[in-house]
Design a protein around this ligand. Structure first.
Ligand code: SF4
Ligand code: SF4
Length: 181
């Protein structure tokens, strides 16, 4: 039979000598391989304690942004939903009432805002389409889960912490991509 490569080795079927039956040389060979790898640079990291730096173009979980006074930027215009090729965004608009000027920057706001992370392809078109800098894709990703329902992120999951009331949480959540926005 013709071999596909010339790397095939003929099998030695000669009976083993008593030295070979001790397997000492084979054990030593195995330990030497382990020892060699011990001093090599590791290809893995101890996730989640250690994390790899993200690429500057990485696009992860969405964040609904607030302005410097902590007001929600989103005006529920729907442009992100129209731009989304995966039809992953759903929202319901509501009118801002008198006295709510400290909560919502515009006269209209998203009373409900949902992104289905199972549909999302993290293309960033929603971020590009938004005229209010209200949405951007951060450097985090959706954690694994067994329930499909948990991948539908509501407004409470997406909204960034208030920079006035919770400055530390805000600074932690904003990330490198948020600083550029
Ligand atoms: S990143 Fe792309 S697919 Fe995901 S919600 Fe935004 S526009 Fe839709
Ligand atoms: S996130 Fe931006 S594009 Fe989407 S509804 Fe809000 S303001 Fe409009």
């Amino acid at each position: 039979m013709q071999a596909l490569t010339n790397r095939a080795k003929p099998v030695d079927r000669a009976p083993m000598t008593w030295v070979e039956k001790l397997y000492l040389w084979n054990i030593l060979k195995g330990m030497l391989i382990t020892l060699r790898h011990f001093f090599k640079r590791k290809a893995t990291v101890k996730y989640p304690e250690q994390k790899r730096p993200f690429s500057p173009v990485f696009r992860g979980l969405h964040i609904l942004n607030r302005d410097e006074q902590g007001r929600e930027r989103c005006t529920a215009c729907g442009l992100c939903a129209v731009a989304c090729p995966a039809e992953a965004i759903t929202m319901e608009a509501a009118e801002r009432k008198k006295g709510e000027e400290n909560l919502y920057r515009e006269e209209k706001y998203a009373a409900r805002y949902e992104i289905n992370m199972l549909r999302c392809i993290f293309c960033g078109l929603c971020e590009e389409a938004c005229p209010k800098d209200a949405i951007y894709l951060s450097e985090t990703f959706a954690p694994a889960n067994f329930q499909r329902q948990t991948f539908i992120y509501g407004k409470q999951d997406l909204l960034i912490p208030d920079p006035v009331k919770e400055p530390e949480l805000y600074a932690k959540a904003v990330g490198e991509r948020g600083k550029k926005n």
